[in-house]
Ligand binder design. Structure first.
Ligand code: SAM
Length: 285
């Protein structure tokens, strides 16, 4: 049974008496063409191991199980676990795990269930934890090859934003340092039950094997990025000086001067390449 068909989702909800929890970002997909676009964008083969975050009642899990070799689905809401087990019964390549993705050791999952093979992550991400879940997938130590994610349209715009725009921020740089990003689908709110208050987009993140910019200290670069955007209205020098980055205001002023963009430059106008160069200027000063 294809759960993505609205009547089938409604039947499961009715039969099980399931009530949605807004705090868990529970908006279930009921549009088959969107589901198809997600599966196509994820480029799955039977050699792939998929990590699904938040399977809900198993709508995407069914399609992932057909397209991939293995599917590990992590769901926080324990009321959904028996529903998932019933809906996915007989699908030998699916493992459902009850847990919080933010507290899950992704490397351990890949070792335990996929012989250490990196995952392709696929998720209709719960709005409640979109940014931390995204940052977890983007962590350099996470064994992730790609991530195909349904997110709020506004989050997708922040992920893809260019320097100097309103949407540009630490999230844009975290994503663009780790992956090539593209939009796979625009998703209106009527594709979900219950209907969310915002539209969504499916984005595909293809992780780089090597970062697109080089810096001797990526950790310092991200400290600079976070400090700059914490006080985005301030000049770069003042933002960094207030950001407790471990350098004095004089050292900061010297590094910013060496960057050659003027002393009044703001962090929000710097590209990823500029931040990488700035981190190296601190190290070499
Ligand atoms: N994948 C299903 C679909 O597309 O119909 C459900 C998507 S729904 C937007 C998000 C799902 O994530 C819900 O099932 C919710 O219970 C689950 N969830 C919320 N927070 C979570 C967390 N921290 N870890 C794992 N799952 C979570």
């Amino acid at each position: 049974m294809a759960l993505v068909e609205p009547k089938n989702t409604i039947e499961v909800l009715k039969d099980t008496g399931f009530s949605f929890k807004k705090s868990l970002g529970q908006n279930f997909l009921i549009d088959e063409s969107v589901l198809r676009k997600i599966i196509d964008a994820a480029c799955l083969t039977k050699d792939d191991c998929v990590l699904e975050i938040g399977p809900g009642i198993g709508t995407m899990t069914e399609a992932l199980s057909e397209a991939a070799g293995r599917v590990i689905a992590v769901e926080l809401d324990n009321r959904l676990i028996p529903i998932l087990r019933e809906n996915l019964a007989g699908r030998e390549n699916v493992t459902v795990i009850q847990g919080d993705i933010l507290r899950t050791d992704i490397r351990k999952l890949s070792e335990e269930f996929c012989g250490g093979k990196p995952f392709k992550a696929v998720a209709n991400l719960p709005y409640s934890v979109t940014t931390p879940a995204l940052l977890k997938l983007l962590d350099e130590s996470a064994p992730i090859l790609s991530a195909t994610l349904m997110v709020q349209k506004e989050v997708a715009e922040r992920m893809m934003a260019d320097p100097g725009t309103k949407a540009y921020g630490a999230l844009s740089l975290a994503v663009q340092y780790r992956a090539e990003i593209s939009v796979a689908a625009n998703v209106p709110r009527n594709c979900f039950i219950p209907r969310p208050e915002v539209d969504s987009q499916v984005v595909h993140l293809q992780c780089f094997s090597e970062p697109p910019v080089r810096t001797e200290d990526p950790e310092l670069m991200f400290r600079l990025i976070r400090a700059s955007f914490n006080e985005r209205r301030k000049t770069l020098v003042n933002g960094l000086a207030n950001g407790k980055i471990g350098y004095t205001k004089e050292e900061i002023a010297r590094a910013v001067e060496a960057l050659g963009k003027g002393e009044a430059v703001r962090g929000e106008t710097l590209s990823l390449e500029d931040f990488a160069r700035l981190a190296d200027l601190f190290i070499r000063a």
